[in-house]
Each structure stands twice: as structure tokens, then as C-alpha cells.
Design a protein around this ligand. Sequence first.
Ligand code: MG
Length: 393
Amino acid sequence: MVKPTRIVLLGSTGSIGRSTLKVVAENPDRLKVVGLGCKSSLELLVEQIRLFSPQVVAVDEGRGQELAERLGAGPKPVILEGMKGQVELAGWPGAEMLVAAMVGSAGIKPVLAGIEAKKQIALANKETIVLAGELIMAKAKENKVSLWPVDSEHNAIHQSLAGSRREDLHSITLTASGGPFLHWPAQDFEKIRLADALNHPKWSMGKKISVDSATLMNKGLEVIEAKWLFGLEVDQIKVVVHPESILHSLVSFKDGSSIGQFGQPDMCVPIAYCLGQGLRLASGVRPLDFGALGRLTFEKPDLERFGCLKLAFEALRLGGGAPAALSGANEEVVADFLAEKIHFTEIPKRLAALMVQLSKAVADPKGPPFLRRIESLNDALAADAWGRQSILV
Ligand code: MG
């Protein structure tokens, strides 16, 4: 009998974390959770600890005692705290695989720790690749670690590339659902409220990524991710709007063939592919009934109404720390929108103004060097911080 893959899951109480645990529960002989990390949802974490009996957990700084009390009497996992705890958990010796499902740039240090500890990485944390793609890919290569992309689009590209020669690749096409405002006329964008932006038509996701989907910044971040994950030129990456979210992305080859991955819009499918490291595990999701699907549609993205996608391509062309700066700035404006401090239309407006500033700073020989070139984790974090500070001024 094959020994189960032992997994550490960071971000266990978030949307991807909960789906990951569903897939684990579908495959008790193949997968075993040994570590769980989360920030603040202790109530749900307690429930997960009871169901999966991990050896170790990590929570926010100063919340360990509270967790221990909530768990009550009886055997408890080792409880770690703060970023130090997340990093220790990522490199936990009793695990072969790290599922990185935490949100935001806080994911980058634990992912690096996991790579250095030679864990297989199932990567759902976009910011890690957006901020430091070149660095992370080099580290993974050096440590002979595979990165399994959880994000449905990159997972689809990974599946579609399997068995082909890289030199035969022409381009890739990321599909985008278009979000809740796909067919809203530009003048109606003024009427958008927070609840509208959080109400994604196809995918159930966390709040930050739901807003990013509504602005299409999510697709922009995915374009940046795709460049690094698959070693592509910017011009090899295309985006098409596909509102049904059934074709999850595709690759095109030099002979004119295109191959894509279809499936229900349910994150358990790409998660199962990652946890199985390419083997097909049970995901709890049924294959599509194509006859019942009816029509699948495709259209070009509108870069005028959804300026964020254009900004991401611009940042990627600028290179260096520009994508990290844009991503950091985006996290800040989205947080302000979620706190109802700014209107939806302010998100692309503020980010466009930041890009002007960013282009100047990159072109200026006396500008911050980390905006021109990322050579270390600190450079990546500095570029992210530059974006955050510059957008708040
Ligand atoms: Mg996606």
C-alpha cells in the first residue's frame, strides 16, 4: 500500500483551505494532514483540529493561549504563533507537501521556507509568484521542488502542457469569467456597491480575490504568475473572457492545435490534481455533462472598462519590482474598498496613477534599485511596500 502524502496546510480556514480539507477527507488512504495554519478564525480551526488531528498548528501572534483553552483538556497539537510559527510549520519535518493557501504577501516567507525544506508545494498564494516569481522559481529548481499551481487557470495550463515539448508551445490563453460587472455599461459602474462586487457569478471565493475578479486585477495577477510559472514571454500570454467558467484555460501549439482543461467551476478539482501530484485523486466533483451544458461563449476582454488588466500587462513589461509594487498597491486599495472608504471606480483610477509614478521611478537611474531588479526576498518585499506607501500618499 502507498503511504499517504503528509500535508501541511497554511490558510486552513480560508476558502481554498476548506476545499483542501474536503479533498483530504475524500482520500483518507492517500492524504494525511499533519499541520494546519490560520490567522484568526480560531473557532473553525478548533473544528478542523478535532476532525483531522494534526501534530502541529500555527495561529496569529498572541492567540496560542486562547486556542489551547478552546481545545480544552486532552491531547493537543503543538501550537506555534506568528510569522515565525508559520515559517516553522512550512518546513515541518513530518510533511512531504506544503499547501500554501494563505492570502496576501504574508505567504511569501513560509513558501520560501517550504521550498528550502524541500517540500512539494501546492501553491494557491498568488502574491508569492507575483512578488518574487523569478526568485521562487530559481529556488524551486535549486531544491528540486515541484510547484503545483492550485489556481484553476494555471492548474489547467499545467494539465494541458503535460506530455508536450516546450519548444512546440506557441502561447497560452487564460480564461476569465469576467466577474459580476462583465456586461455593465461603464456609466453604471458608479452604482456599484460592496455587496455587488463580492457577489461573484461563478466562483465562491474569499473577499479580496472576489474584488480582484470584479476589477479583473485577478486576471492581471494571473498573467504575471503565468509568466514565471511557465517561463513565458509576455506576448505568449493571452486572456479571453469565458463567462461560463467551464474551460479553465488552454495552451496553443505551433501546429495550430489548442488543448484545454474543462471541469465544473469547483476548486476541489485543481486542488485534487495538486495533492495527487498529477495523479487523479477523488475530488468529490462529478465530470461535466457536456450535452446538458449547452452553449459556451468567449469574448475579448474590455481593457477600457477593466483597466486593471491593462495595468498588470504594463507592470509585467516594466519588469523588476513593478509587478510587486502594483500588487502591494492593489492590496491596499482593495482593503480600503472592503472597508467602504473608497468607491469601486477608485480602484483602477488610483492604480493607474500609481503606474505613472512607477514608470517614472523605474526609468529614473536614481530611483529605488528594487523597482528595476529583484535580487532577494527583501527586494521583493521592498517593492511591495513601495507600492503600498505610494498609493496611500
Ligand atoms: Mg484563478
